[in-house]
Design a protein around this ligand. Structure first.
Ligand code: HEC
Ligand code: HEC
Length: 441
């Protein structure tokens, strides 16, 4: 165990991924260390501007108008929100009628925030980030009450049940009027049970069915044709962009975020540094909460530090290369130009080059005209694949049969899954070696 862990740490260090200390103590007259994201609004503004790839899409426009803008519209004027919360516990599902959606117990407490943060590398940040990932109320989601009536209801809507972490990452949070409200946390969407049944933070919850829960909470009978676009989301997909709900994307794997050059599947945000990620998370929480409150900035920074630290939970590609040297060679010749080592990702690819469904890449909300290249770290243990989650696994992605209209394996809709034609002409032996390599990543 230790050896494995050490190997991973060495591998991350070799790849230059363990951040160098940003504030090395030097001479005696050095001012107290500070974290500019926490202390300096003009720094935040400059970082935001530098991180937006397409300043004219709606995502960028909203942030340029409201984030550290220094005027009356500035989100910085919103009150900070760190309410008492309590995770919903697995055994509550066994009570008659299920878990309460409104009554808070005495166990509900706010997150304990550190008085000071010495630097971006302060270990207290990652610890706070882990807590916040599972407890901070990111988005009120009363509709998930339909999944809290029993264990089978939780399973129906894809809420995981974990004896330690609770039910689907859902919490009860105290609202301004004193009532409790069911709220999602990051781990509702971004944690799932792995192959061994253990809860894996960062792994996308491919079973979570936000669309079905929303419709059920509105009393729409299951399977009824409503014409509502959210009926087409299906498990593992959410529209986090439009109010109409017409642009669902798969929930991405957060474990490889540290490697990414760009955040969001249509490459909306340059992943320049920890601050760019913290701003992405801070503004997500503000918009998910209807722009009436904002998270304490230290919580956003801690979440960013924790998400980046998840990279250490993934295996090293050296193991995959040992398991399948021939697969590693096929990868080097056909794939490594875009999935560039050691990150196994690289600059975004124009929509016409990649050829997958361009709808999301052209989105007026988030589009940039390109898709970002997913880092393949962790690809062997996640699914579904592609930005729209239309393909179940690497096996199906490298099966040329998916290009035919008669393809039966498409998720979310029927027919062919087009684009990403790389590797489809490999011979049978190279193909199976490549798959063995990818499954071990
Ligand atoms: C309702 C489900 C949901 C919740 C809750 C949620 N996310 Fe996400 N998250 C998504 C989806 C869907 C995307 C993909 C968006 C896109 O590609 O444009 C995403 C994208 C991201 C990304 C970009 C990853 C990448 O691969 O580019 C990060 C980072 C992230 N989320 C972090 C968080 C954090 C931290 C929280 C908690 C504060 C959180 N998310 C809460 C669904 C969710
Ligand atoms: C021209 C650049 C390019 C090349 C070459 C390329 N890829 Fe990709 N790859 C991409 C992009 C961009 C996506 C995302 C497409 C989307 O989401 O619509 C992607 C997606 C993937 C995915 C899905 C990952 C996920 O999490 O959804 C896998 C697996 C993958 N590529 C493996 C490979 C392999 C193996 C090869 C070589 C046979 C290869 N790629 C060659 C750019 C490339």
């Amino acid at each position: 165990m230790w050896v494995q862990l050490l190997r991973r740490v060495t591998w991350l260090a070799a790849a230059g991924l363990l951040g160098a200390c940003a504030f090395s103590p030097t001479s005696g007259q050095d001012p107290a260390p500070r974290v500019p994201y926490l202390d300096d609004a003009s720094f935040r503004r400059a970082e935001l501007e530098a991180s937006l790839v397409n300043p004219s899409n709606a995502y960028s426009q909203l942030r340029l108008a409201r984030y550290a803008s220094g005027d009356g519209a500035d989100w910085e004027r919103l009150p900070e929100w760190n309410p008492p919360v309590e995770p919903i516990v697995a055994s509550e599902l066994d009570a008659p009628g299920g878990a309460s959606t409104t009554a808070l117990s005495r166990r509900a407490v706010p997150l304990a925030l550190p008085a000071t943060v010495a630097s971006e590398d302060d270990p207290a940040l990652v610890a706070l980030g882990e807590l916040a990932f599972h407890r901070y109320p990111t988005q009120v989601g009363a509709y998930f009450g339909v999944g809290l009536t029993s264990r089978s209801a939780a399973a129906r809507y894809g809420l995981w049940v974990d004896e330690t972490r609770g039910v689907g990452g859902l919490v009860r949070a105290r609202m301004a009027d004193g009532s409790g409200a069911v709220s999602l946390t990051c781990s509702t969407c971004h944690s799932a049970q792995g192959a061994e049944g253990d809860l894996v933070a960062g792994l996308p919850n491919a079973r979570l069915d936000v669309g079905a829960a929303t419709l059920a909470a509105q009393g729409v009978p299951e399977g009824a044709a409503t014409g509502d676009p959210i009926a087409a989301w299906g498990p593992g997909r959410v529209d986090v962009t439009t109010t109409a709900g017409t642009e669902p994307v798969r929930i991405p794997d957060l474990r490889p975020v540290r490697w990414l050059t760009h955040l969001q599947q249509d490459a909306t945000v340059r992943s320049r540094d920890l601050t760019a990620l913290a701003i992405r998370i801070e503004t997500l929480i503000i918009t998910s909460g209807d722009q009436v409150v904002r998270p304490p900035r230290v919580v956003a920074l801690a979440l960013a530090a924790y998400v980046r630290a998840l990279a250490a939970t993934l295996p090293s590609p050296d193991g995959a290369a040992r398991a399948s040297p021939r697969g590693a060679a096929a990868f080097a010749s056909q794939c490594a130009g875009c999935h560039i080592a050691p990150a196994l990702t690289g600059p975004p690819v124009p929509l016409a080059t990649i050829g997958t469904d361009p709808t999301f890449g052209l989105s007026a909300s988030r589009g940039t005209g390109a898709y970002r290249v997913p880092s393949l770290h962790g690809v062997g243990s996640r699914g579904p694949l592609l930005h729209d989650g239309t393909i179940a696994s690497v096996d199906a992605l490298f099966d040329a049969g998916r290009l035919a209209p008669s393809f039966a394996g498409r998720l979310h809709g029927s027919g062919a899954v087009l684009g990403h034609l790389f590797g489809l002409t490999l011979g049978a032996e190279d193909r199976s070696a490549l798959l063995a390599y990818l499954r071990a990543l």
